[in-house]
Design a binder for this molecule. Structure first.
Ligand code: HEC
Ligand code: HEC
Ligand code: HEC
Ligand code: HEC
Ligand code: HEC
Length: 250
């Protein structure tokens, strides 16, 4: 008998889908110039900055935790970029004469913040939230490329709608758990940062971690995909609504 109701249910779904679509479509018309602006198109191109800040150097070689500089990434929607004070905790003492730090010193002396050029961006009519992704254990590198290898930061993914949706359709293929998570030693959220700790201390990586660290497409081995499905259930992830328009356009 459920069959009888299927076409009707589909019609309702289609109607609500188009009703939901109206808002983003209007936004699209006004937002289309934004869509073609440089930060949306320049994937893989290193972006010039007022000071040549290197993630490879600070996050990988020196092993500074992402959260030291992007303090709100696990609690809030926005990751944020660090204030000059954060740089000066070290650079008031080391490398104080480097011409590469001229802009940083000037910002500190004049009290005007550094104007970092934006690398990643989604249009204003798209809602994005860091904390939910990070708390689910999705790696920064999955969305930003191999940040640990970047001298100047570049954009690792297109951020097209189809790219968001291919994961929202079935996030389990990107959810993996290291032994430390499986044994309950660390949380899925902490696994995100553990990758960089392992890298900096030269610890052995799992296959998926290696792919992430190298910036290769993430292919979770079939055994781990099943682990991923179980992980989704355990983490209470409900995917049936994850592709609905209102999730990202509201
Ligand atoms: C010592 C401070 C510091 C640490 C540690 C750090 N970052 Fe950054 N990050 C910055 C600064 C400064 C910028 C802005 C300049 C730039 O884009 O390179 C930035 C920019 C970024 C951007 C691009 C922002 C945009 O405009 O879209 C991403 C993505 C990023 N960081 C990810 C990470 C990840 C992942 C880690 C940990 C592996 C990390 N960062 C660790 C200071 C830091
Ligand atoms: C925990 C300490 C620490 C923090 C915090 C830190 N740095 Fe550094 N930074 C270093 C060290 C150590 C070096 C490099 C020395 C070397 O090359 O061996 C360095 C090097 C640099 C260089 C290259 C200097 C040169 O002449 O090659 C730049 C540019 C730089 N940092 C910018 C920043 C900015 C911008 C921030 C804040 C977002 C920041 N750093 C935060 C420790 C730090
Ligand atoms: C699911 C994908 C995804 C993950 C995982 C992710 N980011 Fe992002 N990140 C984005 C998107 C999309 C933007 C652009 C947001 C915008 O324009 O509003 C962004 C922007 C940023 C920015 C620029 C400032 C801001 O908040 O807009 C920084 C810095 C950043 N991310 C750091 C990180 C760090 C550090 C991690 C891991 C702890 C991380 N991101 C994990 C997708 C992601
Ligand atoms: C690698 C997988 C992946 C990618 C890529 C991804 N997401 Fe997600 N997203 C998730 C998962 C998993 C959840 C959490 C679902 C849950 O816990 O119920 C989520 C949840 C969300 C939510 C719900 C947040 C809330 O507060 O309810 C929004 C909004 C969202 N994502 C937007 C985006 C946007 C926009 C993009 C592309 C720029 C994107 N996501 C890319 C996996 C992903
Ligand atoms: C997981 C997040 C997510 C969901 C769910 C989502 N969108 Fe989007 N949408 C985006 C992102 C990100 C962009 C911006 C793409 C860009 O800048 O190229 C976008 C852009 C758009 C645009 C502008 C045109 C374009 O393709 O760039 C329209 C129209 C749109 N979405 C409609 C919809 C409709 C209708 C639905 C439901 C069927 C939907 N979206 C569901 C993330 C999402």
């Amino acid at each position: 008998m459920p069959q009888t109701f299927k076409p009707a249910a589909n019609t309702i779904a289609t109607v609500s889908l188009f009703a939901g679509a109206a808002v983003p479509f209007i936004a699209f018309l006004t937002g289309s110039t934004m869509t073609n602006s440089p930060y949306n198109t320049k994937q893989f191109v290193p972006i010039d900055q007022p000071a040549p800040f290197s993630h490879k150097h600070h996050a990988y070689e020196l092993g500074i935790d992402c959260r030291f500089c992007h303090a709100t990434v696990e609690e809030g929607a926005v990751a944020g970029v660090p204030a000059t004070e954060v740089c000066m905790t070290c650079h008031s003492q080391i490398w104080t004469n480097s011409p590469n730090l001229e802009a940083v010193r000037k910002s500190w002396e004049t009290g005007t913040s550094l104007q970092w050029n934006k690398v990643n961006h989604v249009p204003d009519f798209v809602y994005f939230n860091h904390s939910i992704h990070v708390n689910r254990g999705i790696s920064c590198n999955n969305c930003h490329g191999a940040v640990n290898k970047m001298e100047l930061t570049w954009k690792g993914q297109s951020f097209k709608m189809s790219w968001c949706l291919q994961c929202h359709e079935d996030p389990s293929k990107y959810l993996f758990e290291t032994e430390a998570v499986k044994s309950g030693t660390i949380s899925p959220r902490e696994q995100v940062f553990d990758l960089y700790r392992k890298l900096s201390s030269g610890k052995k990586l799992t296959e998926v971690e290696y792919q992430l660290a190298e910036g290769l497409p993430q292919v979770v081995p079939s055994d781990d995909v099943h682990a991923g499905v179980a992980a989704m259930k355990e983490r209470g992830i409900n995917v049936t609504q994850l592709k609905d328009c209102y999730v990202c356009h509201h």
